[in-house]
Design a protein around this ligand. Structure first.
Ligand code: GTP
Ligand code: MG
Length: 197
């Protein structure tokens, strides 16, 4: 599968304002600045489709992009951005969790992790919550261009292995770089498999 058509549809402040045409959707979540918006642009081969920024905290709404006129990619605000006021971050966290729990169209959530970082509590707690909530998800490691190929794969594997203390079956994972455009086809094929089910 390839993406031949991608268009911005709506920035919604909450789940009630999201599109209601019942098309399947795939959402991207992770810490602020991990590269969610950049990854959407890379997958769509569409620079500037989702707004990116070197300053964390850019994405504040639930952004829907319609793909090939049939399904959505959804850009979410990041979690765990320390420089936001506690109140704003709590409101965002609540909105994100409500979206994840209530959105029936959500067929898979991609949790993004910066491939350079050791496992962090905030990501682990979020992933454990997804497990408890029975939300289908997979992991995408980002910014692989910042490491050598071997180092990137080893870091990703070590990160996934760190889940094995409580996770019997770790989630599927992908190693990507929006800068070098790597991992694109693997992610698109994975999406295609889910859409065909
Ligand atoms: P928020 O919306 O603020 O939560 O951030 P985000 O997760 O959407 O991150 P965004 O895509 O805006 O990217 C953050 C920064 O990381 C930008 O400066 C990007 O250029 C950079 N970046 C994103 N992906 C990559 C990548 O694959 N490689 C490199 N080297 N930089 C990247
Ligand atoms: Mg963003």
């Amino acid at each position: 599968m390839d993406i031949v058509n991608s268009q911005f549809v709506i920035s919604a402040p909450n789940v009630n304002m999201c599109p209601s045409d019942n098309k399947p959707e795939f959402a991207f979540i992770g810490r602020s600045n991990v590269g969610k918006s950049s990854l959407i642009n890379m997958l769509c081969n569409h620079k500037g489709l989702a707004k990116t920024s070197a300053t964390p905290g850019k994405t504040l709404l639930v952004n829907h992009f319609i793909i090939n006129k049939e399904w959505y990619l959804v850009d979410l605000p990041g979690y765990g951005y320390a420089k936001r006021s506690k109140k704003v971050q709590e409101q965002l966290d609540r909105m994100i969790r409500t979206y994840i729990l209530q959105r029936e169209q959500l067929v898979n959530l991609f949790v993004l992790i910066d491939i350079r970082h050791d496992p962090q509590k905030i990501d682990r707690e979020f992933i454990d919550w997804l497990g408890l909530s029975q939300i289908p998800f997979s992991i995408i490691f980002t910014k692989a261009d910042k490491l050598s190929g071997g180092r990137a794969r080893a870091n990703a594997k070590a990160w996934i292995d760190s889940l094995l203390d409580t996770w019997e079956t770790p989630p599927p994972y992908f190693v990507t770089s929006s800068e070098a455009k790597t991992g694109r086809q693997e992610v698109l094929d994975y999406i295609d498999d889910i859409l065909k089910k």
